[in-house]
Write a protein that binds this ligand. Sequence first.
Ligand SMILES: Cc1cc2nc3c(=O)[nH]c(=O)nc-3n(C[C@H](O)[C@H](O)[C@H](O)COP(=O)(O)O)c2cc1C
Length: 338
Amino acid sequence: MLYSFLRPLLFRLDPEDAHRITLRAIGLAYKLGALKPLHYSCPRHVMGITFPNPIGLAAGLDKNGEYLDALSALGFGFIEIGTVTPRPQPGNPLPRLFRIPEAEAIINRMGFNNKGVDALVENIRQSNYTGILGINIGKNFDTPIEDAAEDYLICLSKVYPYASYITINISSPNTQNLRQLQSADALDSLLAQLKSEQQSLAHVHNKYSPIAVKIAPDLNTEQIATIAQLLKKHHVDGIIATNTTLSRQGVAHLALSHETGGLSGAPLTQQATSIIQQLQQHLHDSLPIIGVGGIMSATHAKDKFNAGASLIQVYSGLVYQGPDLVSEIANEVCNNSI
Ligand SMILES: Cc1cc2nc3c(=O)[nH]c(=O)nc-3n(C[C@H](O)[C@H](O)[C@H](O)COP(=O)(O)O)c2cc1C
């Protein structure tokens, strides 16, 4: 309710300022006890984890894990933080975040702006959050793509003890050549190294943290088949579909659509659902799919579940609908036990 009053004000601000102000306001409200924690209970057992409900916060909104306690009060069944890189980095020059309100869309070319993996770990340690925590890891912009595995391995070992699951982000369009890691040979080699390190870490920490791979929506049917086959081969624990798209279909006529970056929100809904459907045809429930991309309503969420997703995540929908989106989806999904 409140958000429908706030949104016009926030939308007058520069998008990145609005993002920062909103997070700080939620954080402050939580600290002052003005945010009544919401809980939606419809448990799902996925990747060996029991999620209190299947609605998650997608990566990129809280890149450094600075707002875990406050965000958990919004009723999410899980929160994914990051993308985090081994070393801190500023990301791309401003401006790098754009709204296209006519299409309920966002374009971003943030470029993994984050405070580095050590700061993220410290933030987790300082928080009281005890819910399901996904930690999304990537590579620094100046690490050559041939050495990318090393960055993922550094992050994996540092976040491992704190993560309920770890997401390998190989699909951001804003780090040069990152998406090349989705190609067969590169992915085969990366997954072999990550799964071997996961085994060692499981032994050291006496705890198994599942690994999920996050893919782009801009993949053809052959590429999707290859990725699905490699995920099965390496016993990867889950797949997150999808990241933002390079396509401008449906928005090309609108102001700011020419901006470089990844497009998210309503124009991505069908494209992401179609990727989930195709994955499901290859995977046949052999590993779970976390559906994300253009979930702006409970109906969109149901479509993702019907396509084969076991869990879902939201980001742009929160910007356009506000936090009530979580309760709207929970009411629909939990009451009808989809
Ligand atoms: C501003 C912004 C920053 C994002 N940053 C990340 C990120 O750091 N890592 C990542 O895996 N995805 C990132 N994403 C992608 C989202 O997690 C999600 O996959 C994508 O936006 C599609 O979902 P949506 O349509 O609900 O926004 C970002 C998205 C936006 C809009």
